[in-house]
Design a protein around this ligand. Structure first.
Ligand code: FPP
Length: 246
């Protein structure tokens, strides 16, 4: 980690944790073993990001489309999530991490929701990293519900349609109080966004690695950060404009 530039790390890191199933298949293990190993990686990466002073870490843990997986896998993933949240709260307290969830929580089993509520309440006064799990999350669904909410406000006469701008729309999403991600990491060699944070990723730097999520470790994270250090974020402007501002 020697060559990391502490002042030039992403404020918000988002991660699509992919490849648990392939990791297991390569080893002739059941898919769930890959997910179990994936949870260990979550622990390591959460701790490392918190140690490095990352402000926001958002992990895509279960998509709105993942409900279509075999029932046994869905059940096992829900059980893992519940276990993870319960087991991690003490560590979140130690590391001053605040816990948060985005996605359609109404779809989640009641016992998982109870664990989420308890973790959110217990960690709510923490002021270190905000750890957000995206659960039953889909970006298109998120945007449609934001539109419905705004349309309802207009219909009720509480909002002038002309007042709808990028800022107000952004504030109607699950991520209202979270800055847009600076860096997105996707593991396992797939080069897709898969309905994750479509609005919020507009100017995010993308980093893809062939490493499967269970094998992603501190060194792989450092590689992603070093790649991020080398990016020039222009937000639509020219390189010369950026240089003349400093
Ligand atoms: C992708 O692997 C991963 C998921 C669908 C879920 C991610 C879940 C975890 C890392 C474990 C639970 C998470 C937490 C936060 C406790 P895949 O199954 O799509 O792999 P494949 O593409 O190789 O089949």
């Amino acid at each position: 980690m020697k060559t990391l530039q502490p002042g030039n790390l992403p404020v918000h890191l988002a991660v699509i944790m992919d490849g648990n199933g392939r990791w297991a298949k390569k080893r002739m293990l059941r898919r769930i073993v890959g997910h179990q190993k994936g949870v260990e990686t979550v622990r390591v990466i959460v701790e490392e990001c918190s140690r490095l002073g990352i402000g926001y870490l958002t992990l895509f843990a279960f998509s709105a489309e993942n409900w279509l997986r075999p029932k046994t896998e869905v059940k096992a993933l829900m059980a893992l999530l519940k276990q993870y949240i319960r087991a991690e709260v003490p560590r979140m307290m130690q590391n001053d991490i605040r816990f948060n969830v985005i996605g359609n929580r109404a779809d989640l089993p009641e016992d998982v929701n109870r664990e989420i509520d308890a973790a959110i309440a217990k960690t709510s006064a923490n002021r270190g990293m905000l750890l957000t799990l995206a659960l039953s999350y889909g970006a298109r669904q998120e945007m449609v519900s934001a539109v419905k909410h705004l349309a309802g406000e207009v219909a009720a006469g509480r909002l002038d349609a002309e007042a709808i701008d990028e800022n107000l729309f952004g504030r109607s999403l699950f991520t209202a109080d979270i800055p847009d991600p600076d860096l997105l990491i996707r593991t396992s060699g797939e080069m897709r966004i898969s309905n994750f944070l479509l609005w919020q990723l507009a100017y995010t730097e993308l980093y893809f690695t062939d490493v499967n999520w269970p094998d992603f470790d501190r060194d792989e994270l450092a590689k992603a950060f070093r790649s991020y250090h080398a990016r020039e974020r222009r937000f639509g402007r020219t390189s010369e404009q950026l240089k003349s501002e400093f």
